[in-house]
Design a protein around this ligand. Structure first.
Ligand SMILES: Cc1ncc(COP(=O)(O)O)c(C=O)c1O
Length: 363
């Protein structure tokens, strides 16, 4: 038996979550955000499966975009952060990428070139203070790009800092500033909404939404899981019990002896560790499912292995038992919570070590 750690990815779930995002905003088109290797799910297989059904893809860098084109992806692809170096503009034209412009250097290097780009998204900083330009500058950029005659359509975009926090009015303030700028410019389409905004905030209709985490069936909100939001989780990370031992009361386990048995119980060693992307800071008590029963980590996560016990009577635990680390029956959000992080990070930092298996649902 080769190492039994497998990430199964339901490609149809990703597509149906994408369609769900679109249904929430029927007047909008949608970017399928596949940056960071499709949030760890595998950008190439995910994009290949979606290519005929999406309006466009969005990625973070030209390398991610070129990799998709070279694998035959035909849909438009947006560079969410634009170009990092002037030399990238030639590839943008060659591969028909759409581009974000968020600073002066990007604008001027494009205007100086003799290249044409179909769609340019001017990024407005509405308060997140990460990327983008202020209201007046954004209007000037739009005008300059329109006047250049080198762009078919110029759009206005922004990004929210706190859309996952429904009690934080910052999103409304960001939206108000965005709308004010949009009205000042006049006839311009917009793109503002990430997953949290798509699901919970009222966003301008008729533009482009940008669903990322929700496509993978994962919630952007701390208190509610993807499944509870009506999404279908796409990835299940499974492994097997590769060793079983009987612990006596007082026996200690793993690096640093982080766990000590309070009473005698059986302990499972499972093939999965931080070298695979399983979070090292998952505490003892983090849930796992062993042969369909509730279990919990007992001891520190090591590079290749974790140790766990069943939450009630561990007597039935045996070698070869299947273990779900997250996914079907165990939301990744719950594991993230125990690991003091978010679902985004758990899936995105998956390494290439697990065996990735892709499937679609039979019609
Ligand atoms: C500019 C931009 N738009 C959209 C997204 C998608 O966000 P989410 O995964 O929260 O839907 C991201 C992700 O970080 C982003 O940076």
């Amino acid at each position: 038996m080769s190492r039994p750690l497998t990430a199964t990815v339901n490609l149809d779930a990703i597509l149906s979550n994408y369609h769900y995002a679109k249904q929430l905003h029927p007047t909008c088109k949608a970017f399928a955000v596949v940056k960071s290797n499709a949030y760890g799910h595998g950008a190439i297989p995910v994009a290949k499966h979606m290519d005929k059904d999406v309006d466009a893809f969005a990625v973070a860098s030209i390398e991610e975009a070129v990799a998709l084109r070279e694998e035959g992806i035909e849909s438009p692809i947006l560079l969410l952060e634009g170009v990092f170096e002037d030399a990238e503009w030639t590839q943008c034209e060659q591969y028909r990428f759409w581009v974000t412009i968020e600073n002066e250097r990007q604008l001027h290097s494009f205007l100086k070139s003799n290249l044409e780009i179909e769609k340019v998204f001017v990024k407005l900083d509405t308060g997140m203070h990460r990327l983008g330009v202020n209201q007046d500058t954004a209007s000037e950029y739009v005008e300059a790009l329109r006047e250049s005659g080198k762009v078919e359509e110029v759009l206005l975009m922004t990004h929210f800092a706190c859309a996952d926090d429904l009690s934080d009015l910052a999103t409304l303030n960001q939206l108000a500033l965005f709308e004010q700028t949009r009205q000042k410019i006049g006839d311009i389409k917009s793109s503002v909404a990430n997953s949290a905004a798509i699901m919970k905030w009222s966003v301008p209709e008729g533009g482009w939404i940008r669903p990322g985490i929700m496509m993978y069936g994962i919630s952007p909100f701390a208190e509610i899981s993807g499944a509870e939001l009506g999404l279908t989780p796409a990835m299940t990370l499974r492994s097997k019990v590769i060793s079983v031992r009987e612990l006596n009361a007082g026996d200690r386990v793993g690096y640093g002896f982080d766990y000590q048995a309070e009473h005698a119980h059986r302990l499972a060693t499972i093939a999965a560790g931080y070298g695979d992307g399983y979070p090292r800071n998952a505490a003892s008590g983090t849930p796992v499912l062993i042969a369909g029963c509730s279990g919990e980590l007992a001891g520190r996560v090591s590079m290749d292995m974790i140790t766990a016990r069943l939450s009630s009577d561990s007597a039935s635990l045996k070698m070869g038992d299947e273990v779900v680390l997250w996914g079907e029956g165990l939301p990744v959000e719950e594991v993230a919570h125990w690991s003091n992080t978010i679902g985004y990070e758990l899936v995105t930092r998956m390494t290439t070590r697990p065996n990735f298996v892709y499937f679609t649902e039979p019609n």
